[in-house]
Design a protein around this ligand. Structure first.
Ligand code: X2X
Length: 358
């Protein structure tokens, strides 16, 4: 009887082995963390990636986006920790939210650094493709997570209920919502404003209640979908820093994927980068983002954000080179101090990468 029973067990085990492919350890659902909501450019990028991966792997890899920083209970700067621990499988992360732990990621938050080039988008791409980008990837992977590709939240512009802002003095005493990342507090303090660290999950309540006079976020990615004109009637289009996004995977999860699926994931991340950058840049670049979005049949309802904002009563202020210079000079100490923290080698490598691309 005992013999018969163990034979039966063996048979079941064999059938199991034969029928299950080598990558049988796949989860039914992989959690993808995203800080803002589904309608933001960032949110749409996460959905694009998840859909593409499902399609290209014939459903073997099922990624579900969790929006609104819900996997971190709103605390956006905890994301890296949770990806490392495996509570989050995938994160479409922002440099801003990981830079408190990975100091190198403050690079693109240096004030008036990336946009201080003739073509700010080329400058950003040059960092990602260049030596400085490789250094950033290394710094991210040093934390024990797998990096699979870049994406983009966008250049961050200021929206305020007071204004217009034409010179640093116009920002004096202004209460501005920033995320809880130290370089932001330093930049806005240097400009004479009064920065308030508030998680994005609570920021909108802050706008509604008028706790702050303004905030900064990318126009296509956040300011437009959030209808920021509901609370703020001034947009200062100053491109003072850029927020690149990147797709990361928990390292144990990554190792469980078959080599073919790893390859597919990287290819999907490449496609996602193109889509994400086009969403972030459409209406602000030389027209190539719109051409690309048309080619994949994904043109957003609004492709001229400034026109839409103006229609909704917002006043858009763009700076002359002289005005930019005043802001550049006012933040010189911040660039100097933070370049040391980030690492002069990395800052120099980024400068060289950006220069070559212009
Ligand atoms: O908190 C923000 O401002 C946001 C949504 O842009 C980030 O997560 C960096």
């Amino acid at each position: 009887m005992k013999f018969l029973f163990s034979k039966a067990l063996m048979a079941v085990a064999c059938v199991g082995l034969l029928s299950s492919p080598a990558f049988s350890a796949y989860k039914q659902e992989y959690k993808l963390s995203i800080v803002p909501g589904a309608t933001s450019g960032w949110g749409q990028t996460g959905t694009f990636f998840a859909d593409l991966v499902r399609e290209k792997t014939n459903g073997r890899i099922n990624i579900k986006p969790y929006f609104g920083a819900q996997l971190m209970a709103g605390k956006q700067t905890s994301e890296l920790l949770l990806v490392r621990r495996g509570a989050i499988d995938f994160a479409l992360a922002s440099t801003i939210n990981w830079s408190p732990q990975v100091k190198e990621l403050n690079l693109t938050a240096l004030p008036f650094f990336v946009a201080n080039n003739p073509d700010r988008y080329k400058a950003m791409d040059a960092i990602e493709k260049g030596q400085s980008g490789a250094m950033l990837v290394k710094a991210i992977e040093k934390t024990g997570v797998k990096f699979i590709g870049w994406a983009e939240n966008g250049f961050r512009e200021l929206t305020t209920s007071k204004g217009p802002i034409n010179k640093p003095e116009d920002m004096k005493g202004m209460k501005l919502r920033v995320c809880g990342t130290p370089i932001f507090t330093d930049i806005f303090t240097a400009l004479g404003a009064n920065p308030q660290a508030i998680n994005w999950s609570e920021a909108v309540t802050g706008f509604q209640q008028g706790i702050v006079d303004g905030q900064e976020n990318p126009t296509n990615g956040i300011n437009l979908p959030m209808k920021m004109w509901t609370w703020h009637n001034h947009l200062t289009d100053w491109h003072y820093m850029i927020d690149p996004l990147f797709m990361t995977v928990n390292s144990k999860v990554w190792k469980q994927f078959s080599p073919e699926d790893q390859k597919i994931l990287i290819e999907c991340a490449k496609e996602t980068e193109k889509y994400s950058k086009a969403l972030s840049r459409v209406g602000f670049d030389n027209g190539e983002s719109l051409v690309y979005l048309k080619s994949i049949g994904k043109v957003p309802a609004i492709t001229d954000a400034h026109l839409e904002m103006t229609k909704n009563g917002m006043k858009v202020t763009s700076f002359t080179p002289e005005q930019i210079k005043a802001f550049y000079d006012a933040t010189a100490k911040v660039r100097e101090n933070w370049s040391k923290k980030i690492g002069q080698d990395l800052v120099k490598a980024a400068e060289a990468d950006m220069k070559v691309a212009q």
